[in-house]
Design a protein around this ligand. Structure first.
Ligand code: KIV
Ligand code: ZN
Length: 393
């Protein structure tokens, strides 16, 4: 049954373009580039900006500090491992954001990571997590803890550590799918299990952070909010480690487009999505695939004649959201070999041509012949084609 919009729960958007996104090969940003992206994130009205990993380098420390000093509106988070040195350094940068500063500390909790990477026992990991949260808490009430590789963590241990860090004062607990391994049904069950079995779970927001190794990060994030998660971590254009993170624009527009079935909303001003995507491409040089949902060049382009005809009759035939809602001026009818007479005629009219039926038919035949030779027929091609047709008369 559809729910009333006023009953929709607000899901917080935690943008990690400047931290996990920056971990994409080739996405490294200077301080001023990070500031440009952060200003765009303010326009988008994300709830939290993860500005970087302050202990990672001097440059990242300065970037987080500058963002904490100058960016107003969203909370500003900085990542740190569960070591006092990391946490102290993170707060040194974040303190300028005052009560909007969030320390985000993490440690891996899966057997694989504890054994091979950390070489620590579960007991040691749990103690380290609790100590880290307490240390962070000595600086700010705003503390997020992440159980790295949560999806491959033994579920009872995961529940134990979530309960322990909440007791220690974590106000947000993140359950990442670090390696993009889960599927929606499984992830739903993990979040639901924690919601049902961790006694103090209501004292914190459960966050999710999905990687895209199987192309499921958005679907998994949606399943997680259906199970009770209250924050989604994501990036512009879905950039991030390996195959990337949950794409912010895809998650936000899924929520916005299906309020009938998803009783959630976000604070994101979606008309700033396309400018954000383009700015990130400009800054990083990482291009967006044309068929990428929401912000790809073809996301609102229609080529087939049947689709174009439908679009000319009523846009809702082939568009489930408006181009304006994501910051585009309009959708486009691309002229190619699958295009039909309706779209062809419309484009000629837009270009100022008014051909009688016979000329239109002839021009259309020539257009089809040309379209068989080219990937796309441009306005200049149409100008030449019509001029030629008129000369023949
Ligand atoms: O993918 C991951 O687990 C992370 C954490 C550090 C949150 O990026
Ligand atoms: Zn990650």
């Amino acid at each position: 049954m559809a729910t009333k919009k006023s009953e929709h729960k607000t899901i917080k958007i935690f943008d990690t373009t400047l931290r996990d996104g920056e971990q994409s090969p080739g996405a490294s940003m200077t301080i001023s580039e990070k500031l440009r992206i952060a200003s765009q994130l303010v326009k988008l009205k994300v709830d939290v900006i993860e500005a970087g990993f302050p202990i990672a380098s001097e440059g990242d420390f300065e970037a987080v500090k500058k963002i904490a000093q100058t960016i107003k509106g969203p909370e500003i988070a900085g990542l740190c491992r569960s070591s006092f040195k990391d946490i102290d350094r993170a707060w040194e940068a974040l303190q300028y954001a005052g009560d909007r500063g969030r320390i985000h500390t993490f440690i891996a909790t899966s057997d694989i990571h504890m054994k091979y990477k950390l070489k620590m026992s579960p007991k040691e990991v749990l103690e380290s997590a609790v100590k880290a949260v307490k240390r962070a808490k000595s600086y700010t009430p705003n503390v997020e803890f992440s159980c790295e590789d949560a999806v491959r963590t033994e579920i009872k241990f995961l529940a134990e550590i979530v309960g322990a860090v909440i007791d220690a004062g974590a106000t947000v607990v993140n359950i990442p799918d670090t390696v993009g391994y889960t599927i929606p049904f499984e992830y739903f069950n993990i979040i639901k299990y924690l919601k049902d079995n961790v006694a103090n779970v209501e004292n914190a927001t459960i966050s999710v952070h999905c990687h895209n190794d199987l192309g499921l990060s958005v679907a998994n994030s949606i399943a997680a909010v259906q199970a009770g998660a209250g924050q989604v971590e994501c990036t512009i254009n879905g950039i991030g480690e390996r195959a990337g993170n949950c794409s912010l624009e895809e998650f936000v527009m899924a929520i916005k487009t299906r309020p009938d079935i998803l009783p959630f909303k976000t604070n994101v001003a979606s008309e700033h999505l396309t400018p954000a995507s383009r700015l990130l491409t400009t800054v990083t040089g990482i291009v967006v695939q044309p068929n990428k949902a929401i912000v790809g060049a073809n996301a609102f382009a229609h080529e087939a004649g049947i689709h174009q005809h439908g679009m000319l009759m009523d846009k809702t035939t082939y568009e489930i959201m408006t181009p304006e809602s994501v910051g585009l001026k309009s959708s486009s009818l691309v002229l190619g070999k699958h295009s039909g007479r309706h779209a062809f005629k419309k484009r000629l009219e837009e270009l100022g041509y008014d051909l009688d039926d016979e000329k239109l038919n002839q021009a259309f035949e020539r257009f089809k012949a040309l379209a068989d030779l080219k990937k796309e027929v441009f306005d200049e091609d149409l100008d030449a084609l019509v001029a030629d047709e008129i000369m023949r008369a």
